[in-house]
Design a protein around this ligand. Structure first.
Ligand code: ARG
Length: 459
């Protein structure tokens, strides 16, 4: 008999089928969680008198030995081992003999695999919380030191109104802050102990699921065994939060790529995050934000892939679920590395104030300010919008800007402008006037940053 389930079979799998069926090449990544789960399960079995103290000791020693051997690379598995759960159990039997055959009492690979994934994902999410907090902190610090640095604000990628670099960065801060909130919410639904659901319907053997929950650090136990082994929605949720996070990171990456282009020249990305060209000696390309933008695609792909795997699956466990793992591992790796690298790149990016300034005279950025100023002089907004439109048309014809325009010419543009004295329409004056709650004024950006600091306390 080759495998632990082999007695019912007359024939063995051929090698290609065996390889196709096996998950050991990738679920080996779950060996720590698998052993941790087995330790808790064995302790519970002993508490419920299914194992003697001595048997428990033998099992625990055996499991710890296996963990050490895997860690040291002394123990490697082959396709024959099928998956991490079978591999550890077979090895345990090899190490300690027949006592090892008791470990799988009141347990199935179906609850075991989802236990491993929940333990894994909880750890990874905890790490991700702090990675995103670092990104948020980096954004706040950059925003604070750039809260007065002017830049054009865009709509439709056209100059719209003056803003500051700090304000622009704090827009992203809010998006990532919500991503962190969503991730923390997903954590709550991951934090349930599936162990004891067994194959699909629970067990006839007396067990204590609350005890294993306690040992493994779960806040509660899942309610329905069938749901427990068939539920992958916490993974879908994680992938969906990850997709949105990557969407936000990709948008910021896209802006970095644009700002780095000669046509904008708003930023200088540190050499450590760029590459050269094999043929064009002058080139310095923003490969890192491009790659982050590109990797967003694979994260979306994993989400859609898993949703498609789930669609139409009858209750309860189906082998299709095995397809969740590589997608999940790759999502975790992609999100983590993208976030860490982006934070480092952001910290090492210089905003080129002198270059950005050159753009501030283009596109009549202060037009809305002027329209709002006329409102304060008693002109109804719709009329002032019309009047400023005429002023802009005049300036376009004469090649002037709102800054160079003289009060004297206003009545020639429209007689209703008689007696108007133009206010300070410099971008700096504009941003300081935008002091409404949530606006671009440095004072409000500072308020946003102060309020934002609360995320650093979250855990
Ligand atoms: N290797 C499987 C997976 O990754 C878990 C095992 C459950 N398999 C089974 N045939 N009941 O999902």
């Amino acid at each position: 008999m080759k495998n632990l389930w082999g007695s019912r079979f007359q024939k063995q799998m051929d090698q290609m089928v065996e390889e196709f069926n096996a998950s050991i090449t990738f679920d080996i990544a779950l060996y720590k969680q698998d052993i941790r789960g087995s330790i808790a399960h064995a302790k519970m079995l002993s508490k419920m008198n299914h194992l003697t103290e001595e048997e428990l000791e033998q099992i625990l020693t055996g499991l710890k030995k296996i963990e050490k051997k895997i860690e040291e690379g002394v123990l490697t598995f082959t396709y024959e081992d099928e998956d991490i759960h079978m591999a550890v159990e077979s090895q345990l039997i090899k190490e300690i003999g027949d006592v090892g055959r008791k470990l799988h009492t009141a347990r199935s690979r179906n609850d075991q695999v989802i236990l491993d994934v929940r333990l894994y994902l909880k750890e990874e999410m905890e790490e991700l919380f702090s990675i995103i907090q670092v990104l948020l902190k980096t954004l706040m610090e950059k925003a604070e030191s750039h809260k007065e640095m002017l830049m054009p604000g865009f709509t439709h990628l056209q100059h719209a109104q003056p803003v500051t670099v700090g304000f622009h960065l704090m827009a992203y801060f809010q998006q990532f802050k919500r991503d962190l909130e969503r991730l923390m919410d997903c954590y709550k639904r991951t934090d349930y102990n599936p162990l004891g659901a067994c194959a699909l319907a629970g067990t006839t053997i007396p067990i204590d699921r609350a005890y294993t929950a306690d040992l493994l650090g779960f806040q509660a136990v899942t309610e329905n065994a069938m749901d427990t082994v068939a539920d992958r929605d916490f993974i879908v949720e994680f992938m969906s939060v990850s997709s949105l996070f990557m969407a936000h990171l990709s948008r910021l990456s896209e802006e970095f790529i644009l700002w780095n282009a000669q046509e904008f020249s708003f930023i200088e990305i540190d050499d450590g995050f760029c590459t050269g060209s094999s043929i064009m000696p002058q080139k310095k390309n923003p490969d890192i934000p491009e790659l982050i933008r590109g990797k967003t695609g694979r994260v979306y792909g994993h989400l859609l892939g898993l949703l498609t795997v789930l669609k139409g699956l009858p209750m309860a466990f189906n082998k299709d679920f095995q397809e969740d793992k590589e997608a999940l591992f790759d999502t975790v790796k992609t999100v983590k590395t993208s976030a860490v690298i982006f934070s480092q790149m952001l910290e090492n990016t210089t905003f080129k104030e002198e270059h950005i300034k050159k753009h501030m005279d283009k596109g009549f950025l202060a037009a809305t300010d002027l329209a709002e100023y006329l409102v304060t002089q008693g002109v109804p907004f719709r009329t002032s919008h019309e009047l400023v439109g005429a002023i802009v048309k005049y300036c376009e014809k004469t090649g002037e800007t709102l800054m160079t325009l003289k009060d004297e010419v206003l009545p020639d543009i429209d007689s209703r402008l008689q007696g108007i004295v133009l206010p300070d329409l410099s971008s700096s004056a504009c941003i300081h006037r935008r002091s409404s709650f949530g606006g671009t004024s440095p004072a409000d950006v500072m308020r946003q940053i102060e309020k934002g600091k609360e995320v650093l306390e979250w855990s």
